[in-house]
Ligand binder design. Sequence first.
Ligand SMILES: Cc1ncc(COP(=O)(O)O)c(C=O)c1O
Length: 408
Amino acid sequence: MTLDIEKIRKDFPILERETRPGVRVTYLDSTATSQKPVQVIEAMNDYYRRSNANIHRGVHTLAEEATSMYESAREKIAKFINASSSREVIYTRNTTESINLIAYSWGRANLKTGDLVILTEMEHHSNLVPWHMLQAERGIELEFIPVTEDGLLDLETYKTLLDRRPKLVSFTHMSNVLGTINPAAEIIRMGHEVGAVVLVDGAQSVPHLKVDMQTLDADFYAFSAHKMCGPTGIGALYGKTVLLESMPPFLGGGDMIKEVKLRSFRPNTLPHKFEAGTPAIAEAVGFGAAVDYLSTVGMERIAAHEHEVTEYALDRLEEIPGVKLFGPSADKKGGVAAFTLEGVHPHDVAQILDQDGIAVRAGHHCAQPLHEKFGIPATSRASFYLYNTKEEVDLLVSGIYKVKEMFG
Ligand SMILES: Cc1ncc(COP(=O)(O)O)c(C=O)c1O
């Protein structure tokens, strides 16, 4: 079951990088964006070297090849999340755009003044601001499933909120700060029982867990390629066919139409209805290669490896006097360790660690309300992926001791 970590690390050329002479990078920021294996970099290079052309429009060989590569990546992504058809996978720019697509298209067609949308207190700004914008425009109501002291969702309160018959429930499958893996299937089932549509922010779950649209039964599911070994600039929105077909288009222009007259248009069929203009073709190819890479390594093995590293990290960090960890225990979370160090600002922690090549993030991680809930402006966050090792955790721990020394 274990990963051949040495072999895996060799796939990621950047891990050999020295950020200063003699200081090799220790990359602990995969929650922000993951590193890319050569398999992805080469797939994109090959596309540009051999097959570059615009898609869906040409009959020449290169155009056909580019189209087939773009569409076969979609097939791979659909299979990876076990969608029932690749028509249910819409390419977007990222998770943020996927959620905005729902707020714009489904939201404006289905939500009116007074309608309730349930979110949670642990959402990324991507799953808050689109709903704030819709609230200002439509007068919808927003309620939030509270986060408990130990970083879990309070499902008792969720049950009570459901009595108010929400139209939409939208929540993150895995928190980018607390690492909490939420019981998605249960939250979705409970939402469906009162007739709500359920959208899941899968930005952190798809890269790290095996997700299955058939078992989860989410109506919409959003994720980004760049957090799962793929390139930036492309993401996906999964949606059930019946819902996507009922929705108006998002952006208008080329490719998303069947027919255009001077004064009208007919939208294209799925999935093209939601993909206006020339898309990120090389990025789609890279997205497909990333999915191939993760599938070859095996999502279960990746999750097990991350669990081992995270458990070790939490144990070691907990031992450091003055370190306070946020979020639940390792058995309820993914590879994220957000912490504060008494008397030191998180930015100073990150900056000093960087001198030893250790890359962690500091700030509110686009989850300001969650930090407010815990009464802190910021945390430092180390996050782990398939290429991280316990030795890197040791470097982090030594680095934090060094920070403590410097701050007396
Ligand atoms: C939980 C969660 N949702 C949404 C996003 C937004 O992802 P993107 O910037 O790729 O749109 C992130 C990114 O960190 C995230 O962690």
